[in-house]
Design a protein around this ligand. Structure first.
Ligand SMILES: C[S@@+](CC[C@H](N)C(=O)[O-])C[C@H]1O[C@@H](n2cnc3c(N)ncnc32)[C@H](O)[C@@H]1O
Length: 246
């Protein structure tokens, strides 16, 4: 997967793209990252990329010209193939694991990281294919949001995670939150690992994990259950928990 990142602060990405799974993915040739400082595309001799808002008010607005020119330059190299062009934006669609899975199927993603008060509206309306928010809060710029998205997408690409890690049972991938994990020792300062995990009975362990996963979701994120296809056994567990609350 090719990932282009348009940013005024390319140095912010060095640590994240050069560490852990994202670094491994690029070393294995599965993902390649290209940082583009769109200030270099400014047609202004002072290389400014922002200007005062029409109508007055606080803050500066990113001008359309450097961003359009930077994206058009990228597209020239694409032989007509259209990448997804993602604008990081607190007013966009809220990012989810489903969206990460959707983007992971693409061959080429372009991220546009805003800064200042916001973007000229023509960038939003005429250049991008997706507007994504990473949550209901306001960041200083789109860089952290792009890093969050890139990390969650790249770890889903085939061959990126080793056998010892799997995105399949991760929270949200299954539609539920993941079950709790324990490792050695079996007794840490009197806090014991549930007996079932030490039993060696794989069927019982699977059932315990399924039940824990459902219970976690029921207590922490009941909203996820609205779209989750519950089995009859799971419905019975939920009924039991509902009744014990009364
Ligand atoms: C200070 S914010 C601008 C917020 C804008 N004035 C508004 O109220 O919608 C600057 C930039 O940070 C990025 N940003 C801020 N919050 C974000 C969020 N929750 N998700 C994604 N990007 C965000 C966007 O790129 C945005 O253009």
């Amino acid at each position: 997967m090719k990932i282009d990142i348009l940013t005024l602060f390319p140095e912010m990405f060095e640590g994240v793209l050069g560490s852990s799974i994202l670094k491994k993915a690029s070393e294995k040739g599965i993902a390649s990252y290209h940082l583009i400082n769109f200030r270099e595309y400014s047609d202004n001799k002072h290389k400014t990329v922002d200007d005062y808002p029409y109508g007055g008010g606080a803050g500066m607005v990113l001008k359309p010209q450097p961003v359009f020119d930077a994206v058009e330059d990228l597209l020239k190299k694409e032989d007509g193939r259209k990448p997804r062009i993602i604008l990081l934006c607190p007013q966009g669609e809220t990012y989810t694991q489903k969206k990460a899975e959707e983007f992971a199927k693409e061959e080429h993603l372009v991220f546009i990281c805003g800064h200042y008060e916001g973007y000229d509206e023509r960038i939003r309306g005429h250049l991008v294919t997706d507007e994504i928010s990473i949550g209901d809060y306001v960041l200083t710029g789109g860089e952290l949001g792009a890093m969050v998205m890139i990390d969650s997408i790249v770890r889903l690409l085939p061959g990126v995670l080793g056998n010892e890690e799997s995105p399949v049972t991760d929270s949200f991938s299954t539609g539920l939150l993941e079950y709790p994990h324990y490792t050695r020792p079996a007794d840490f300062r009197g806090m014991k690992v549930p007996d079932v995990l030490l039993s060696g009975n794989h069927k019982l362990i699977e059932e315990w994990r399924e039940k824990q996963s459902l219970y976690r979701t029921y207590t922490r994120r009941p909203d996820l259950l609205r779209s989750y296809p519950l089995s009859e056994k799971q419905k019975a567990w939920l009924k039991e928990w509902e009744e014990s609350r009364d």
